[in-house]
Design a protein. Structure first.
Length: 739
């Protein structure tokens, strides 16, 4: 839904003419003159009037039925005209047939003209876009209609547009300007605050930018950029800005950053080639670049880290600096080779130490819609001397059956070689070898140590596709401990899908703790929760941790010393909502989590929305509450958290306590209300707030926003709803028209 501000900001250069300039904070509201009505009023002459308090008195705005600001008057507390700035007591606006402002006039307190701004629009642009950005000429005059210059020394802005570019709805109007000029009152080029006097662009037959030039006031070129496109890429992706095959820059400014930081290098030229098969399959040009080359301004290959996109900069730190990048793709558009070269055309390593990457994929896996990384059957990484650094071969059955998607991309690794490990300063190899059955389940893994010798193997045991045991064995099949000191991992299922008991054992078959001190983990689940959320972690009703003496153990959770417990229990309602959550130590006494809470209780309404949380301390005593309220009309179009009408933080005595912060100020309660008519029109509750108050523990409002919504005065107007923003004393100080 589009919102049109009541003040039309044509250009930043016009800020001295906008009536918005006098709107600021209202620490004091001027005393109201008798009969002087503050607020919004419908007049009999089909006009809308808004009277606003300002620091010096009032401002009275007049609108037409389509929300166009016609006139602003500045008044003192007695209702007499005053000048908000020299010569500005009244501002009048005239509009053309497209509803765009074409003249702005200002008057002093004696109704004498003080300035005038005229705006002419490009008719093609206005018909296509109906936007103030379609202005082709903006001119400034004094009270005697003589040319004057604004604060940048500019008397006139002149603009020409490319109609083909404008017809593309995805292009901004500002991107379709083929000529921009800044002129002084002698009709000579003059520079703006950035030193730019003229900007010249040319476009191809499809409306794509192919030349961009900036000139100073002497007509000397400051910067120049040339672009070219792959039209087959545009045809396949419908995204011209992602199909550029040439960027060429002249007179590009160097960065003023320190050398210790990433510098903006002085690009000369960048060329890009796209793979056609990849474009046909992927429809995303960024994933289909078969070659990139970076040149300096002398036309030589140059190692450059920074990559320019259309109008913005993309720092590719993960790639490092390179002069050339090459990629090959298979017939389905999957990348199978990637190489990096420096300016001397030698292989160069990226920040990960790889200069050459080789990939292969299982097409059946890809055809099922799985992610590319889940369907890889080969990865090889070489350094700049083409020495193998890393190799992984994946089991085809495992990949094809989707185990990589369910477990992890590395689950299906059948053979892995790592050459980055070192011993005594010499590079050594680590090898992992795995076997899989025809269903893609891992049956064993062999590990070779840093010297390339057999270290140990892990045997996987399944029962009806459920992993029930892993055993580490030496070369003779004897039990052996892995690097975590564990010989056997056991898994028990009293649930149809998830483990309910996980244990680690030593070579003697007895419980043995892992490096975190845990030897046994017990889990239970709530089926109502699983039916809805399908997530074992959200639906765990019980967690227990034991040491190797089978005693409850305060285990570290997520490696956090401040969050350790031996038991966590949850209770759920019939809809699968958590109603209690409690943490216990090894003595089954309540234990605080990382937030200092040992137990939570939750209550829900009939729609399953949480309405109250209770937080309990270590001794089981209530510490605080959080209460929630919701708006029914809002919920009818939105199920997100934005429909809260209240969030309240209370202590155990039901007194407000500060628990959150807005703009650096603590607060204890957030109150929100929504306008049902606005929600019905916009279907966007966030834009339909009537009241938003933040209240601290002393019941003081520390911040507040208020809005009032009014029906338009006529069904023929473009306005669907009038939205007033109010001060804390409910005085309007701005207006928006929902169209």
């Amino acid at each position: 839904m589009k919102y049109t501000p009541f003040i039309i900001l044509l250009f930043l250069s016009l800020n001295f003419l906008t009536s918005e300039s006098t709107i600021s904070s209202f620490s004091k509201t001027p005393k109201n003159r008798k009969g002087f009505d503050i607020g919004f009023h419908f007049l009999e002459n089909n006009k809308l009037k808004l009277v606003l308090p300002i620091e010096t008195g009032f401002r009275r705005d007049l609108y037409d039925l389509n929300g166009n600001l016609l006139q602003s008057e500045y008044l003192n507390s007695e209702g007499d005209l005053i000048e908000s700035e020299p010569g500005l007591a009244i501002e009048k606006r005239n509009y053309n047939s497209f509803g765009l402002v074409e003249k702005i006039q200002t008057f002093d307190v004696n109704y004498n003209p003080s300035s005038k701004t005229t705006i002419l629009y490009d008719s093609d642009c206005s018909q296509l876009r109906k936007d103030e950005s379609c202005a082709k000429e903006i001119v400034f005059f004094d009270k005697e209609d003589k040319p004057i210059e604004n604060e940048d020394g500019i008397h006139k802005y002149k603009t020409e547009f490319d109609i083909t570019c404008l017809k593309n709805e995805n292009r901004k109007i500002s991107d379709c300007k083929k000529l921009e000029k800044r002129l002084n009152k002698k009709n000579k080029l003059t520079a703006d605050k950035d030193g730019n006097a003229k900007i010249f662009r040319t476009f191809d037959l499809m409306g794509n930018l192919n030349l961009y030039e900036i000139y100073d006031k002497f007509g000397k070129i400051k910067q120049k950029a040339i672009y070219a496109y792959d039209y087959k890429c545009i045809e396949l992706t419908n995204k011209p800005q992602g199909c550029i095959i040439l960027y060429e820059y002249l007179n590009r400014l160097q960065s003023d950053k320190k050398k210790s930081e990433l510098e903006v290098l002085n690009y000369g030229k960048k060329t890009i080639t796209y793979d056609l098969n990849c474009l046909k399959e992927k429809k995303v040009s960024e994933k289909c670049i078969s070659q990139e080359e970076n040149y300096d301004q002398n036309g030589k290959l140059s190692d450059i880290t920074e990559r320019f996109t259309f109008g913005c900069i993309d720092y590719s730190l993960e790639l490092g600096a390179y002069a050339k990048k090459k990629s090959n793709f298979d017939i389905k558009g999957n990348e199978i080779l990637r190489e990096f070269y420096n300016s001397k055309n030698n292989l160069i390593e990226d920040s990960s130490g790889g200069a050459k990457y080789i990939y292969a994929y299982n097409q059946e896996c890809l055809d099922k819609g799985n992610k590319t990384q889940h369907c890889r059957t080969l990865i090889e990484v070489y350094d700049k001397k083409l020495k193998l650094k890393y190799k992984a071969i994946y089991d085809e059955n495992c990949v094809r059956t989707g185990k990589a998607s369910m477990e992890s991309p590395n689950y299906c690794t059948a053979w892995k070689e790592i050459y980055d490990s070192k011993k005594n300063g010499k590079s050594k190899i680590l090898i992992t070898k795995a076997d899989f059955d025809k269903e893609g389940f891992k049956t064993n893994v062999e590990n070779y140590n840093i010297n390339g010798n057999f270290d140990f193997k892990t045997i996987y045991h399944f029962e009806k596709e459920k992993l029930i045991k892993k055993e580490n064995q030496d070369i003779n099949g004897n039990l052996i401990e892995d690097t975590n000191g564990i010989a056997i991992y056991k898994y028990t299922y009293d649930h149809e899908k998830f483990t309910t008991l996980e244990e680690t054992l030593g070579v003697d078959g007895k419980l043995k703790a892992n490096p975190d001190g845990i030897a046994r983990m017990v889990f239970r689940y709530n089926d109502n929760c699983l039916r809805i959320k399908k997530n074992r972690y959200e639906c765990t009703s019980l967690e227990e941790y034991y040491d190797e003496q089978e005693k409850l153990f305060n285990a570290k959770i997520n490696n956090e010393d401040t969050h350790s417990y031996a038991k966590k229990s949850r209770e759920f309602d019939d809809q699968g909502n958590i109603i209690t959550e409690a943490y216990y130590d090894k003595k089954l006494q309540l234990r605080k989590n990382q937030n200092g809470i040992s137990k939570y209780k939750f209550r829900y309404d009939k729609f399953g929305e949480i309405v109250e949380e209770e937080h309990y301390g270590k001794k089981g005593a209530l510490k605080r509450k959080i209460q929630y309220g919701y708006d029914g009309n809002c919920k009818s179009v939105s199920s997100d958290f934005s429909c809260n009408t209240a969030i309240t933080y209370l202590n155990k005595k039901n007194n407000l306590i500060n628990r959150d912060i807005v703009n650096g100020i603590p607060y204890a309660k957030e109150i929100t209300s929504y306008n049902p008519l606005c929600i019905k029109i916009t279907l966007d509750p966030d834009e339909c707030v009537e009241k938003k108050e933040y209240i601290n523990s002393k019941k003081e409002i520390v911040q507040a926003d208020y809005y009032k919504y009014l029906d338009p005065p006529s069904t023929n107007s473009e306005i669907k709803l009038i939205k007033l923003k109010l001060t804390q004393d409910k005085t309007p100080y701005s207006v928006e028209f929902i169209k």
